[in-house]
Design a protein around this ligand. Structure first.
Ligand code: G3I
Ligand code: 9MR
Ligand code: ZN
Length: 530
């Protein structure tokens, strides 16, 4: 039986706030013990508070005063939490593992046992791909498998890289991390070498003649739970989309400065590609945005609002190249409406950060408007945070597909307000979002595979299923009260929103993984833990 005391299963850093959550209504006496069972503190809690997300009462158990490095557990009566550590370096291994995941998702190349261990595989998806509806075949090899499936999608790729760039900017130690990849030991930092693997693929997804960008390359159907070399159906390059082309422009513009010091020709190539994409993106007008063409049933990343992608692109283009045109276009969007979002669907916050950090001149009224809106956004999140016993900025309606990405994203919005105002409360709240991910959640599981005591064992991830062992370092989607797959319907019907999670291979709506969920978590961790 799992304990009803929820903690960050990998632990807490000595100076951080430390809170466990207990399911119960009446006040309790709780204690913290060390490995030898010695009781270090004994305290009285308050009464439980009703939580609309779990439809139950919970009590917060604060033990922030314990700062000495060691291994501990929280006790209430006969109930004991899992043991966790207090130490400075508790996140070191998980960060590295979250980063190495991208290498393990590489497509179009052999992964040798030396680097990939049991996830090694021969080259996959290396045939030419048919441009949908034509007899034209195109080389679009490379990049990372998107998720539990083997598709490769531009929208997903672009936001992943954007978040990784922000991670690097917030925590420069990531540039020194030895990721144990074939490129390790070269002058280029491992993380930049890994990101380049994706950028090179993205460049191939741009049509040379027009500058437009194809939305995705996948087979027509999802394959079985096999290693990638066994997905051998024809590859199909699906039509251009505005979202893919705008996100591509934004991402390429962002990438330029990271590669300039190492490879000027590559940086120039990306600058050129970004400009071409930006110039034509608005010509791609498909009512309602991208939808699967007939016969193709893989992921769509459909998005009814295509404005925020253009908003983001305008801001990154200005930040990278300084042209008045981009500035005017971004400011026009802002004058209409400040937008937000660090996810695949809503990307505008990346644009806000770009405008606020450019070295080219900005308009102080626009900058103030952005900052005020970002604070307002964070304040709305703070209200939810204060009302949720698990200390994330979610109410009962927020547990949707990929909820853990929104947990990370909200943490980043709170961090933004901290940077603008200097108020520590935002930072502290943002950090609690990390604690939730690592185990202080009502699902009572550490949502990063391979870590914690209560681990995710059966993620919806084809290589993990094929070798029968969860690949480490993957952020799981998390509770989705929409019950979007048969296993979720079977296991979660009748459960409160925050509990709609099931560790089943077939539960793609709660138990899948994606590149942009990992990157969202890495970005937040880089922001609030460094
Ligand atoms: O935005 C609405 C929100 O307004 C509404 O309140 C809420 C209520 O359910 O729904 C929200 O939309 C959801 C959307 O995700 C939010 O991001 C949709 O219901 C939900 O179906 C949608 O799920 C997406 C899923 O594809 C299905 O389209 C996930 O975000 C997205 O991450 C996922 O992506 C898939 C790829 O297509 C294929 N590869 C795997 C990947 C991960 O599962
Ligand atoms: O494996 C697929 C996963 O990556 C997607 O997120 C999900 C929704 O599009 O679909 C999964 O594939 C399932 C398909 O939709 C329905 N048949 C079973 C497939 C494997 O579970
Ligand atoms: Zn592949």
């Amino acid at each position: 039986m799992k304990s009803k005391i929820y903690v960050n299963e990998i632990g807490y850093r000595p100076e951080d706030r430390k809170v466990a959550v207990y399911s119960g209504k009446d006040a309790v006496t709780y204690s913290v013990i060390n490995e030898t069972g010695e009781c270090l503190i004994k305290k009285e809690s308050r009464d439980g508070v009703f939580n609309t997300s779990t439809e139950a009462y919970e009590i917060k158990l604060d033990f922030s005063e314990i700062k000495e490095a060691g291994s501990y557990a929280v006790k209430v009566g006969e109930e004991t939490s899992v043991f966790f550590r207090i130490a400075d370096d508790i996140y070191k291994d998980s960060v590295k593992s979250l980063m190495r995941f991208f290498f393990l998702q590489r497509c179009g190349t052999e992964l040798t046992e030396e680097y990939a261990g049991i996830y090694a595989h021969p080259v996959c998806h290396n045939t030419l791909a048919r441009v949908y509806g034509t007899d034209v075949f195109k080389d679009v090899n490379g990049g990372w498998h998107d998720a539990g499936d083997y598709g490769r999608y531009i929208v997903a790729a672009a936001v992943t890289l954007a978040a990784l760039f922000h991670a690097i900017e917030n925590d420069e130690s990531l540039l020194k991390t030895n990721m144990q990849i074939p490129e390790s030991g070269q002058p280029v930092p491992d993380i930049l070498a890994e990101i380049r693997y994706e950028l090179e693929w993205m460049l191939k997804m741009q049509d040379e003649a027009t500058g437009k960008v194809y939305h995705k390359v996948t087979c027509a159907h999802f394959c079985d739970f096999v290693m990638p070399q066994y997905e051998t159906e024809e590859l199909i390059v699906c039509p251009f989309s505005l979202t893919a082309t705008a996100d591509f422009a934004a991402c390429m513009a962002m990438a330029v400065k990271f590669y300039e010091p190492y490879d000027k020709a590559f940086a120039d190539k990306m600058a050129e590609a970004a400009k071409k994409a930006y110039a034509v993106m608005r010509e791609i007008q498909v009512p309602g945005g991208f939808l699967n063409p007939e016969g193709v049933v893989t992921g769509t990343y459909e998005d009814k609002n295509e404005l925020d992608e253009q908003y983001w692109a305008a801001a990154e283009m200005y930040k990278a190249f300084g042209d008045e045109l981009y500035k005017n276009e971004f400011e026009n969007y802002v004058n209409q409406q400040v937008m937000h979002g660090y996810g695949w669907e809503d990307v505008a916050s990346f644009g806000n950060l770009a405008y606020l950090s450019t070295s080219y001149p900005t308009d102080s009224k626009i900058a103030d408007k952005l900052r005020n809106a970002m604070i307002e956004k964070a304040d709305a999140l703070m209200k939810k945070y204060e009302a949720n016993n698990f200390e994330i900025s979610f109410d009962e309606k927020d547990y949707i597909w990929g909820s853990n990405m929104y947990v990370a994203e909200n943490g980043s919005h709170l961090f933004d307000a901290y940077k603008i105002t200097g108020k520590e409360v935002y930072l502290e709240a943002a950090r609690e979002h990390v604690n939730y991910i690592f185990g202080k959640n009502p699902c009572n599981v550490c949502f990063v595979t391979g870590f914690g005591t209560n681990q995710v064992l059966d993620p919806h991830h084809r290589p993990s299923a094929a070798v029968k062992k969860a690949m480490p370092g993957m952020l799981i989607g998390g509770p989705d009260s929409g019950l979007h797959d048969p296993d979720a319907i079977r296991d979660c019907t009748g459960l409160a929103p925050a509990l709609c999670y099931t560790d089943k291979l077939l539960s793609y709506s709660t138990n899948e993984i994606t590149i942009y969920w990992n990157s969202a978590l890495l970005m937040l961790m880089a922001q609030v833990l460094s």
